[in-house]
Design a protein around this ligand. Sequence first.
Ligand code: ADP
Length: 504
Amino acid sequence: MKLAAKLVVFIIAAIILDSAVAGYLSVRREVELFDVDMRSDAHLLGDAVGRMVADVWNTNGPDRALELIDEVNSREYAVGMRWVWFDAPPGDPFAPRAPHEQLTALPAQDAVSVVLSDPPGPDRLFTYVVVHTGKHRSEEKRVGGLELSESLAPARDYSRSTIIRTVVATAILVGLSISVVALLGLTWVGQPLRQLTDKAQRVGRGDLSGPLTLRGNDELTQLAQNMNTMCAELARAQEKVRQETEARIAALEQSRHADRLKTVGRLASGVAHELGTPLNVVSGRAALIARGDLSPDEVTDSARIIRGESERMATLIRQLLDFARRRSPKKQPTDLARLAEQTVSLLKPLAQKQNATLELHAATPPVVAPADAGQVQQVLSNILMNALQAMTPGGKVNIDIDRATAARPANGAPTPCARIAVQDEGHGITPEHLPHVFEPFFTTKDVGEGTGLGLSISYGIIQEHGGWIDVSSAPSRGSRFSIYLPLEAAPCPDESSSSTTTRP
Ligand code: ADP
């Protein structure tokens, strides 16, 4: 039940209870008053008639007095009146209707009223008034008086009509109270609470617009104002977070781009070397054709060689452009062995310069993972270049591609994933440096040689793919970097069941 409705019901229940108690007390008081009135009227009437009867009794004798009583009786319809001797035994025509036990207060008390049932009629009120007739000799020792009897039907009618009147008045009062309380309750409490609830729900959904305006100056209005202030603060904080996030993303993008350009720069010399040989072949063959000394078969042969070399150069340039182009991650099923092959071929000139060899081993069937080929290639290039730089001439770098069920460092839940492991024979990483290698700008290289961004950017890229990079190393025992990428397809065979082959 809603708060406003609860308040209204509670107040109405209190009003009904209060009205019922007040009505009951008022009915009781009125009935009591009516009863007291009836008794006192009977006493007064009995007293007045009693005095007259006593006078007549003393002056004209008892017979005349009894006649007077009959006369009065014939004129008064509501109250019956007759002469009684209080000591007369039951059955005596002058015996009182009330039993003697109820009249013991007489004659010490001048008048007594008792209620007696009178079936089948309503109860009657009997009032006994002592009449002092002491002057007549024969009745000197007897105590007599008047018995006044009155039906209690009017009293019953009066109490019934009082009850009905009180019930109707209470019902009208309750009805009016319900209307007023319901109207005020809904206007002052229900409506503002509904508006506050709506506002809170909108805030919960992230909609901070539309400040709440409540009239008045009560606690709910205050709450609405506080809510508006809170929304304004939240909106400001959200805007700040958005701007900071945008700035961070832009900075990250810039670092990635810078890192990519740095890598491209490093690769450029190797690429120039790679392009030099085919270009020489193309230009030599073209010169031969231009001289016109060649037979038709030799021309065809030279043209075929020129075409082959051109395609090789075009592939190389396309790979370089793919690598350098800045674009948002776009994951699609990628054959990791093929990707590693392309990277190795790009880095071959650099490896040759270092007098090092890159050896690729890939599991069968081919390991295919959802990945952005360009970005993963960037990561692998970074790790391979670090490996080549860490080695003395003549070293070997092994690249293994397989599947593994491995536990993510943070939550430890083992998941089937694809793994690219790069193992070098370089100088390794000291235990103090090892925890920091993924930190941005951490580098042990000379100024101008290292920026300390390569591994942090690589980690970010792999994280965006839902994976992680693991490193283990010991000084002068080489380093092993393992890239884990989730396999979205059916779970892969366990590490133990994967076979490896060597790709030249
Ligand atoms: P940079 O290569 O510009 O220094 P990176 O983030 O790629 O930045 O690498 C950070 C540091 O990690 C390197 O300076 C180096 O000390 C260490 N490191 C990375 N890979 C290797 C590796 N294969 N062998 C030894 N040290 C490495």
